[in-house]
Design a protein around this ligand. Structure first.
Ligand SMILES: [Zn+2]
Length: 691
């Protein structure tokens, strides 16, 4: 690691905070709390008004800037001391946020500010009698922020008796700690277990296994079962026994996470009970999401599972055919095991849609994909992405990049940091972090949004990505656009701050560009010759990527169903998480269930998306409708890009969920269920070729 990332020269980590040493997280969190305390005092001496809502938003912004940055540092900094110090800051700031959320004085002040407005409105409606000063400034956005904040206070138990409130506080703290531990275990190699793979066998298998690290003085290679390695073995290992060993060993770890998830689900259920909700899913969805209630989610997921079933069966038959061929036997009575899925998907893809992988990958150089996204954004929205130098100490690891977005008329819109490459101890997967939200400041200027995209792309030595990684990168760019192009007055509703089940919609729209013919043909160029991808390669790539669309979606819907059932209503003797997962897989999975495995121990989304993982299939349905309406065939149309920017990205989360969807798509794309809504699935089915 470069010295410039360490003490001494560190001036403004992430461009936001003045931190020279990890211990200074203590001072930063203390300063944020002190600033908030002063804003609280300032707010409470003023009479309740719309300024109360502005004041609360400023308090929330102050605390979020420190908390979000600490959360980011905890997850991505390349130095353990920084991670540990940031984790302490998160715990301290998280505790303070909860204290604010149960502050009765603040809550009562807010309620009076909202009542003042509603009684004036009632007065006008009853015959024009009312104080116009009581409605001035209460814009629809201000009111939505006010009611959302009121909901947040109530969700934290402001109305509970003292003893119940203390219990809730303890549960919230426990939930956060369990969630952190689950994530930590997934980053710790010793928790992920390992597998000794025999390399004394046949030559063909050795070709694959020889890429794995050799354990000392033996004929086996010891493999740590991190998700990338496990995935790679399951895709490439030709011997079923080896795949089974890897699958059962990999999906039985981290063992601690099974117990932690049990505790997490139990803690959340108790929180919901304290709040008078029948389940954690009810508690999470009510008044805060488009879905509104678990009934809408369950109805959507089951409808989608039934509708895609014929396509899933077709794809399963393809896998069965290739397994039979590989084993030299008939398909009759041939069972597909869970460890067959990725292997025969790859085999089928290579046989059905032969691709010259090296030639294709040559068009997906990591920096070339960023360049491709730049060209796309310029074409559809008139926004330029400009590379900026990092100040000394601004980065947190090697090869971090800083990009500024500049609109041709509106000027600079925000900053994206990119941290794309793996390093020891770095979190897996791909994540968008908000470091600073946009909002209108007291002096009339606009606070610049700042985000970071963190991925761990294992690239080829030439820096080449796979087409799937390019899609993931575009997905994360979609989140970044949501945050950076949002122009809400309040930070509380900026960009991705809104309902969880709408948060994934923009990213799902943008990721579709990564394999649209128009973008592939004009933006993705060969990293040496600079020539764009030819039509034949584009066609082959699209067929290959779409071959198992049904099974991939099916997996996501089943995961969402597991998530709902884990967080659903529980009886006196609740079923274990293991048996809930088992039951859903037995009922819906086309693969035989592997006894004793605990795949949920590795599924971190149950932490961050508790009861809201359905947001992904919801986003698939909604983004499919947006895609077909505005970007048919992936055409890079400026008018459509501007429309999507105005109606979806600029709005952030300032609209009510139904109005938001109708604002982009018009009416007829949602169906009411219970006290919520589910998206129509017809566009998605059309996209999947199901009529
Ligand atoms: Zn996402």
């Amino acid at each position: 690691m470069s010295k410039s990332l360490h003490s001494g020269s560190t001036r403004r980590l992430f461009g936001l905070l003045s931190l020279r040493r990890p211990e200074q997280w203590q001072e930063v969190s203390q300063a944020a709390i002190a600033r908030c305390e002063s804003l609280v005092s300032e707010l409470l001496v003023q009479p309740p008004s719309v300024d109360t809502i502005h004041g609360l938003d400023e308090i929330s912004d102050t605390i979020c800037q420190s908390y979000d940055t600490a959360e980011f540092c905890r997850n991505v900094h390349s130095c353990e001391d920084w991670q540990a110090a940031a984790q302490q800051a998160c715990i301290k700031l998280g505790g303070y946020v909860h204290k604010l959320n149960i502050d009765e004085q603040l809550y009562n002040h807010l309620v009076r500010a909202l009542d003042k407005h509603s009684s004036a409105v009632r007065g006008f409606a009853a015959g024009g009698v009312g104080d116009s000063r009581c409605v001035e400034g209460y814009t629809p956005e201000a009111l939505r922020v006010g009611y959302t904040l009121k909901h947040d206070f109530e969700k934290a138990g402001i109305h509970l008796q003292e003893d119940q409130r203390s219990r809730l506080t303890a549960l919230v703290d426990l939930e956060r700690r369990i969630g952190m531990q689950i994530g930590q275990n997934l980053k710790t190699p010793s928790k992920l277990g390992y597998l000794d793979m025999d390399v004394s066998g046949q030559r063909k298998a050795n070709e694959q296994r020889s890429k794995l690290p050799l354990s000392q003085g033996s004929s086996s290679r010891r493999v740590t079962l991190d998700s990338g390695t496990l995935h790679s073995i399951l895709r490439k290992e030709p011997y079923a026994q080896q795949r089974e060993k890897a699958f059962t060993a990999g999906y039985s770890t981290p063992r601690d996470n099974v117990h932690l998830l049990e505790d997490l689900v139990g803690t959340r259920y108790e929180m919901a009970q304290l709040m008078g909700a029948p389940s954690y899913a009810h508690y999470t969805l009510k008044n805060a999401t488009l879905a509104g209630c678990p009934e809408a989610v369950e109805s959507f997921l089951l409808e989608l599972l039934a509708a895609i079933q014929p396509k899933v069966e077709e794809e399963v038959n393809i896998l069965r055919r290739y397994k039979a061929k590989h084993l030299g036997r008939s398909t009759v009575g041939l069972q597909l095991d869970a460890w067959d899925r990725l292997f025969y998907m790859r085999v089928a893809q290579e046989a059905e849609c032969p691709l010259d992988y090296a030639a294709t990958a040559a068009h997906f150089h990591a920096q070339g994909c960023i360049q491709g996204f730049k060209e796309l954004l310029k074409a559809i929205m008139g926004i330029q992405i400009v590379e900026m130098p990092l100040e000394p100490g601004e980065g947190w690891a090697e090869r971090v990049q800083k990009l500024a977005l500049e609109h041709e008329d509106e000027g600079r819109l925000g900053i994206i940091y990119l941290d794309l490459y793996p390093r020891p101890g770095k979190m897996g997967g791909a994540t968008h972090f908000t470091l600073q939200c946009g909002r209108r400041l007291r002096d009339g200027s606009y606070q610049e949004p700042v985000v970071a995209l963190v991925c761990s792309f294992g690239l080829s030595s030439g820096g080449l990505m796979s087409p799937d990684q390019a899609k993931t990168l575009f997905h994360e760019f979609g989140h970044a656009l949501h945050s950076l192009l949002s122009r809400t007055e309040f930070q509380h509703l900026a960009g991705t701050r809104g309902p969880m089940d709408l948060m994934e919609v923009p990213s799902h729209v943008v990721e579709r560009f990564a394999n649209s013919p128009a973008v592939l043909k004009s933006c993705m160029r060969h990293h040496i010759s600079g020539r764009p991808m030819g039509s034949v390669m584009v066609g082959d790539l699209q067929r290959s990527q779409g071959l198992f669309d049904g099974l991939n979606l099916h997996q996501q819907v089943v995961d969402a169903l597991v998530d709902q059932r884990l967080h659903g209503v529980r009886g006196a003797n609740p079923a274990s998480t293991e048996s809930i997962v088992h039951d859903v897989l037995q009922q819906f999975s086309p693969f035989s269930f592997a006894q004793g495995v605990t795949p949920h121990a590795r599924f971190q989304h149950f932490v961050g998306y508790g009861a809201a993982y359905f947001s992904y299939p919801y986003a698939m349905a909604l983004s499919s409708a947006i895609w077909q309406q505005y970007f048919p065939d992936g055409r890079m149309n400026r008018a459509s890009g501007d429309h999507v920017r105005q109606t979806m990205l600029k709005v952030g989360s300032a609209s009510e969920p139904v109005a938001y969807v109708e604002g982009i798509l018009g009416k007829g794309h949602l169906e009411p269920v219970g006290c919520g809504h589910k998206p129509q699935i017809r566009s998605l089915l059309t996209e999947l070729g199901i009529t």
